[in-house]
Design a protein around this ligand. Structure first.
Ligand SMILES: Cc1ncc(COP(=O)(O)O)c(C=O)c1O
Length: 396
């Protein structure tokens, strides 16, 4: 209670900040917006700064810790850090685990901006990166150097939905004392938990399936206590921590993740099968299809479903592909993935500024390649939508 003797200008700065009644166990956690908590004295500061209690938001925040606990549980990891985006998670993890003169072998099929991070920022720090075909373990082996410290990959590679043999990769890396960093955004812990396959660090763009509603930008890093301690000290300096409001929303979204994502996986498989049977579709990339070159590996690594991402190829005709996009009634073209509604993207357009048309073709990103992020709708509505829109490819 504030004294009525204070002047109005002071009183208004202090009044109303304390709850009037005791608050017991609310059904949902409160949002701890406060950037700082009151410190009683110097001893209390020492206690807080040694991890005894919350005192500054960038250092630790209860909402962020709640998300970290959920991610660690899902990934069966010892500890997690929750970052302000997937890119913040990737850059924090990689920058804290390398030093000048180190070498990284990275899959050539990773997220485009991760490649830019490696090429633009790591290069300035004198860290060399070699890109390799991670679907071919011999190619990865040939890329190793005596100073290789990290093997960096995604398990399902965009946009051709190739599968990486994470068990073989971990064995190779650990044989030379290198770490395996996996961006498991596309797979989610519901398809595979990379730490159980020997990976040292698993990273997510939580913006995608964890958030699931296309309304939160966030990322995570999970690993052993020993490695996470190293990463945490740089995380504090790089400053890419998630804000409490987004962390609160993220934990709420994670509550329904299994329901959403299980349905999304199932829808992806059924859409893949329906598109494969459509006369206007040349081929479909999805790991459960009989023609997928790594079908057996995918079934071994991901027995509960191979993710909700697929791609398919139609005629390489820009006008018709545009007409197809216009003709879709439910499905929208979006620059993200993993939301509860089905979306498409056009890889050749997304990578147009980074690669020449020839290089795009060599990488399998022809004009007629369309990527789908399956949502949680009734699958028959999605299949009907795709089928009616595919009629634009009919040759009249
Ligand atoms: C596989 C993958 N990793 C990382 C990212 C970056 O995530 P964010 O946009 O949350 O920074 C993305 C974004 O699309 C992604 O697809």
């Amino acid at each position: 209670m504030m004294s009525n003797e204070l002047t109005r200008a002071t009183h208004i700065l202090y009044t109303g900040g304390e709850s009037k009644l005791p608050i017991e166990r609310p059904e949902t956690p409160p949002i701890y917006h406060s950037t700082a908590n009151i410190i009683r004295d110097m001893d209390d500061y020492d206690f807080a700064s040694n991890g005894g209690k919350y005192y500054y938001c960038r250092t630790a925040n209860p909402n962020r810790d709640g998300v970290a606990e959920a991610v660690s549980y899902l990934e069966k990891g010892e500890q997690s850090l929750v970052c302000s985006s997937g890119m913040a998670a990737i850059s924090t993890a990689v920058l804290s685990l390398i030093k000048a003169g180190d070498h990284i072998v990275a899959s050539r099929s990773i997220y485009g901006e991760t490649i830019e991070l490696f090429d633009n920022i790591l290069k300035k720090l004198n860290v060399e990166v070699t890109y390799s075909d991670f679907t071919n373990i011999d190619s990865v082996r040939e890329s190793l150097k005596p100073n290789t410290k990290i093997l960096y990959t995604e398990i399902i590679a965009n946009p051709l939905i190739e599968v990486v043999d994470i068990d073989a990769l971990s064995e190779l890396a650990h044989g030379i004392g290198a770490l395996v960093l996996v961006d498991s955004t596309f797979t989610t812990p519901l398809a595979i938990r990379p730490l159980e396959h020997g990976a040292d660090i698993v990273i997510h763009s939580l913006t995608k399936y964890f958030g699931g509603h296309s309304d939160i930008t966030a990322g995570s890093i999970t690993g052993s206590k020993k490695l996470m301690k190293k990463i945490y000290s740089d995380f504090l300096l790089l400053g890419g921590c998630l804000d409490p409001n987004s962390a609160w929303l993220m934990l709420r979204s994670i509550r329904t993740m299994e329901m959403r994502v299980t349905k999304q996986f199932e829808n992806a498989r059924k859409i893949a099968e329906a598109l494969q049977a459509d006369p206007h579709v040349r081929y479909v990339n999805y790991p459960t299809l009989p023609n997928h070159p790594q079908r057996e590996l995918a079934a071994k690594l991901m027995p509960n479903g191979c993710g909700a991402m697929l791609s398919f190829r139609v005629e390489d005709d820009r006008n018709k592909v545009n007409a197809f996009m216009h003709k879709l009634k439910l499905v929208k073209y979006l620059g993200t993935l993993g939301g509860y509604r089905t979306t498409i993207a056009h890889p050749a357009t997304a990578f147009r500024n980074e690669f020449t048309p020839q290089k795009l073709k060599e990488m399998g990103m022809e004009e007629g390649l369309i990527r789908i992020s399956a949502g949680a709708e009734a699958v028959e509505d999605l299949i009907a939508d795709f089928k009616q829109a595919l009629t634009v490819f009919e040759n009249v």
